[in-house]
Design a protein around this ligand. Sequence first.
Ligand code: GLA
Length: 460
Amino acid sequence: MMRLSPSSEGWSGTVTTDWYGDIPMRAVEMKQGVASFLIDNGNPRLPPRQWSARLENGGLHVTGDIWERHVDERVRRGTQADEKRLAFPVAPLPAPATLKPDGLAATPPMGWSSWNRFAAAIDDRTVREIADHLVSSGLRDAGYRFVNIDDGWQGSRSADGTIRPNARFPDMKALTAYVHSKGLKIGIYSSPGPKTCAGFTGSYGHVEQDARTFAEWGFDYLKYDLCSGEGIFRTAAQVKLAYQQMGQALRATGRPIVYSLCQYGRDRVGTWGRDVGGHLWRTTSDIEDKYASMAAIGFDRNGDPANAGPGGWNDPDMLEVGNGGMSEDEYRTHMTLWAMQAAPLMLGNDVRTMSPSTISLLENRGVIAIDQDPLGKQGHRVRKDGDAEIWMKPLADGSSAIALFNRGTEPRDIRLLPEDTGAAPISSLQEVWANAPDNPNRRSWTVPAHGAVLLRVSAR
Ligand code: GLA
């Protein structure tokens, strides 16, 4: 629906869409029966787009672009009844509040999520098989506990507004019971906007109702993805309230539910993620199964370590290990970086078919222990020397994890300098990936191209 009206200040109007509700026209110009105006969907990375509406054969010819859609429609003049029928119902936001910590996510959440490997082509049977294989592969016992359904499970709402799964998920309660029976937990996905990123039904206008439905179905985790909400919640304050609203709704269910915020790291989310009930918050746009994407995120976009710790974690996005787009050394770098940064470890591969190399990358107990260390300190870069980077993460037992990264395309020797580890002499050195002690006097390692060496260092 398009509304356009004159006033003493000139013309103004809105375009109403299923995804974004009423979008205000900007810079409206009216010339010889043609209205030109700008429309944007609230995404700060997309420029506003030029639209036009011209009178043609007694109707209106509207053209323009929004998100990934090109609009080229011939429309008719509506009646007041049409306007009422097509009106976008505006849902109120709560008053600002600060939620208290609830004790969940004392260490970074670990599990599996459907998105990176399956996108929206996910179904009940695959989720069950993934659960089976998390158990039989040993991944569950290595710590990967959540089985998370990402976008693509949603159907439509029933007459009373209750969200229903689509035909690929015939019985959510039976599915959660099955996953629970395997000693696992299970997660689901929604958006504060009317539509999710893949165009499925979002929670806009149904936030409390959806939280109750997810709890009643037996879910233990919710990823809440801004998606179309960026067109509705246009200020940082509104985005925060939209996340707070679901945070409060989840608390009100009385069921412990880990709450994962996904708004791509905008608005310094790390500084308020906990206040709205979040246990993890994305710090970036989506990862891709390519070294350049993983490295750009993992080295440079993982959020401020000061915001991370027990109960709330920076989330540089889910793992790509095992999806085939990177070499073994690159995937080792991926795991090492995520562990060093106390990142949530959400498997993104098909765990039903894993190579021995993938299993050993994902199940290394020493690497997982660094990620899950109870001190909960996010590691940081201590030194950079061209393509070499040295990172440090303090650990609960007083030792430190030290990672040597080679971002270059040739193998290189990386030396550990006294300032990398602090003043005290090193008393023991553990090569974590090899699970083997190293000579405490050793100071240089040859690190493969795009590779990493991970050490656990004790000093006295
Ligand atoms: C966004 C998120 C992804 C995934 C998709 C689903 O792009 O960032 O992680 O959830 O939506 O549509």
